[in-house]
Design a protein around this ligand. Sequence first.
Ligand code: NDP
Ligand SMILES: O=C1O[C@H](COP(=O)(O)O)[C@@H](O)[C@H](O)[C@H]1O
Length: 458
Amino acid sequence: MTQTVGTLVILGASGDLSSRLLLPAVGQLLSNHPERRFRLIGAGAEEWSDAKWRSTLRASFKTVKASGPAVDELLNGSRYLSVDVTKPDDLQRIFDLCEGAPALYFALPPAITAKACEALAKLTLPEGLTLALEKPFGTDRRSAVALNKRLATLVPEERIHRVDHFLGNSTVLNLIGLRFANSILEPVWNGDHVQSVDIVYDETLGLEGRARYYDNAGALMDMIQSHLLQVLAVVAMEPPSALDATDLRDAKATVLRATRIWRDDPLVASRRARYTAGTVEGRKVPAYTNEPGVDPSRNTETLAELTVEIDNWRWAGVPFTLRSGKALGSRRREILVTFKPARHIPRGLRGHNEPTMLRIMLAPDAMSLELNINGPGDPHEIERVALSAEFGPGLLLAYGEVLEGILDGDPSLSVRGDTAVEMWRIVTPVISAWKKDDVPLQTYRAGSSGPASWKHIG
Ligand SMILES: NC(=O)C1=CN([C@@H]2O[C@H](COP(=O)(O)OP(=O)(O)OC[C@H]3O[C@@H](n4cnc5c(N)ncnc54)[C@H](OP(=O)(O)O)[C@@H]3O)[C@@H](O)[C@H]2O)C=CC1
Ligand SMILES: O=C1O[C@H](COP(=O)(O)O)[C@@H](O)[C@H](O)[C@H]1O
C-alpha cells in the first residue's frame, strides 16, 4: 500500500451511489486494511448535520459489518458540509477542511460534475489533488472532449480516475487471468475460431427511484456506453505485458479504437425497448412510464442491445453483441463466447453438433465450458456437458477496489481520457438514430425476458 490521499471527499454524499455503494466500500476497505488512515468528508446539497451524516455512515458500514479502530477513527472524525458544488466558494470550504492531499469523488449527475469542474478552475487547487469521476463521463462525445480539456487544466492525467466499477470487479481481472495464464485459449481467441461474442447484463432491478438520473440516460448510456464496452475491451484486447496502467489502458484503447457499430448501420446494429407493468420475482412493477419522475415523452429505453464489430486481424467479421436491461424476469450477467461448430463430425456419431460455448459469469463469479462429448450409454451418441469452475471471490467489493486505486494513486483500472471519448464515438450513430426514431422503441412486460420478437442470446 502506498496511499497518496489524505482526505477522501464525496461530492453528492446524500445520493444513492454514496450510501448504497461507496460508503459500504469505505467501511469494508478499512476493516480489511486497518493500517489505512484517511479523513472522510461528505458534501451534498442536502442540509445534513454531522450527526445525520455519521448515522448514514454507520448504517452503510453495518451492511458490510465494517468494524475496527480504523473504522471508528474515520467515523468520529468525519464531517458533512452542505454545499452547492458548482460554487467555487463552497468547494474552497471543503478544501479548507482537508488534511493531506485530497481526492474529490464526484458522485453526481454528469452535468453537475462538469459544472463543478468549471468551478474548480476558478480556485488555486491543493497540492496532490486527485479527481475521481463517475460514469457516464460527459453526456455525449462533445461534452466528454470538453470535460477532458477542462480536467487537463486542473490535474495531471494520472491523477484523474474515470471510474467504471466493472473494472474494479475482480471478475474482469479474472478474465485477464483466464485468457492470458492459459496457453490453450489464446490460439482460438479470434475470428478463425470464434463465431460470436455476447456480453449480457440483464437486471431484475427496476428504476429504484433513480428517475432523475436514469430517465436522461437509459440503458444504452447507463450500461452499454460505459461498463459493457469496457468489458468488451478486456475480452477482445491484445495481451498486455503487465497489469500496469500504461500496458492495460493502451491495450483497451487500441481495441476500442477499432470498434464500430455492426455494418455501420444503427438500424441493423441496435434495438431498444421499454418495460410495461408486470411482476418481477413476485414484486409488482409499474410500467416504466408510470414510475415517479419519468417523462414518457423522452422515450427512454430500459433495455438496449448493440452489435459492434472490431476492425482488426483478430476479430474482423465477428459480431460482439452487448445487451443490458432492467425489470427483466431473471438476472443474467455473462460473457458468452460461441465457437464455430466442428467442421465435420465423423459419420457414425449422432446427436449434438452445437458449437462449443464458454460462459463467463460476471456475478456470481464462475465459468462454464460447454462441450460435446460421448455421453453415457450408446457411445455413438454425442451429448452436451458443461465443465464448470468458480473464480475466487474478490477480497473487496467492486467499489472497494475502485477506492483502493484512487487512494493509492494507481489509475490502472480507471478509464483513460481518450478511451472515454472513444466509447462515446462508438455509440453516437445509435444515439442519433434513436433520437430520430429510426429504430422503433419496443415494449416488454416487466418480468419477461424482453420483447417476444427478439432473438434469444445463447
Ligand atoms: N446509483 C448507482 O447505482 C450508481 C450510480 N452511478 C453514477 O453515480 C452518479 C450519481 O448517481 P446517484 O447517486 O444514483 O444519483 P443521486 O441523484 O441519487 O445523487 C446525486 C447527488 O448529488 C447531489 N447534487 C446534485 N446537484 C448538486 C449540487 N449542485 N451540489 C451538491 N450536490 C448536488 C444530489 O443532491 P439532491 O438530491 O439534494 O439534489 C444527490 O445527493 C451518476 O453519474 C451515476 O451514473 C454509477 C454506478 C452506480
Ligand atoms: O452503473 C450502474 O451499474 C449497476 C449495475 O452494476 P452492479 O454492480 O450493481 O450489478 C446498474 O444497476 C446501474 O443502473 C448503473 O448505473
